[in-house]
Write a protein that binds this ligand. Structure first.
Ligand code: G6P
Ligand code: MG
Length: 214
């Protein structure tokens, strides 16, 4: 019996992927190379430093740990400038109504995001009051597909993993949910995220009552 919903943030509740892409692209361009939107898909759900490593690999760049820290901070400065201007209009379709409906149905709600910027995003979009527990990149050491972020969230919610449903738009996140023995709803196009229990284009197409039939 499902007792809790754990939501990824970027790409599930808000559309921040475009800001990540713009900031990483600017950084790559400064180093003299570019990468495609297709490559950008591979950055979804993975941590800032893992993303940087992939991008440096695409550009065949060798950097020291100190240089990497500076590059990541530079990208994050641009990213924070953009998300600092977000408004509730950037909540993805159906997300707010689903959160409200889940809570009204007695389900607990948690955040399970790799981002270290989740607090700012939730504040700017007005989503903060809809969560019982927040776990993000500041609270975990291993990034998705490791299940740590979801397992920690379930522990803090006080709900057994088996009774949690994870909402994810990234393959790494679906893998993390499965590794945690949780159910998983993929948000995106059918065809991708094939190991999710169900895939919907957005949260408009789902009710909390659907969660017991995954
Ligand atoms: C999410 C996004 C990733 C991003 C990661 C870390 O999982 O999908 O693209 O790299 O968060 O975000 P941060 O805000 O900490 O740089
Ligand atoms: Mg995501």
């Amino acid at each position: 019996m499902i007792q809790a919903c754990i939501f990824d943030l970027d790409g599930v509740l808000v559309d921040t992927a475009v800001y990540h892409y713009q900031a990483w692209k600017r950084l790559a361009n400064e180093m003299g190379f570019d990468f495609t939107e297709e490559q950008n898909e591979q950055l979804k759900g993975i941590s800032r430093m893992d993303s940087l490593d992939k991008i440096l690999g695409w550009g065949q760049q060798q950097k020291t740990p100190e240089e990497k820290a500076l590059l990541a901070a530079r990208k994050n400065g641009w990213y924070v400038e953009m998300i600092g201007k977000m408004t509730p209009a950037e909540i993805l379709p159906g997300a707010l109504d689903f959160l409200k409906a889940a809570r009204a149905a007695g389900l607990k709600t948690g955040l399970g995001s790799a981002s270290k910027n989740s607090a700012l995003i939730l504040e700017r979009t007005g989503l903060l009051p809809y969560f019982d527990v927040l776990v993000d990149g500041n609270h975990v050491t291993k990034s998705k597909p490791d299940p740590e972020v979801f397992v920690t969230c379930a522990q803090q919610l006080g709900i057994a993993n088996e009774n949690c449903v994870v909402f994810e738009d990234a393959e790494a996140g679906v893998q993390a949910a499965k590794a945690a023995h949780m159910k998983c709803v993929g948000i995106g196009s059918t065809g991708a995220l094939t190991s999710a229990n169900r895939v919907v284009p957005d949260l408009v197409h789902l009710t909390p009552q659907d969660l017991n039939n995954l």
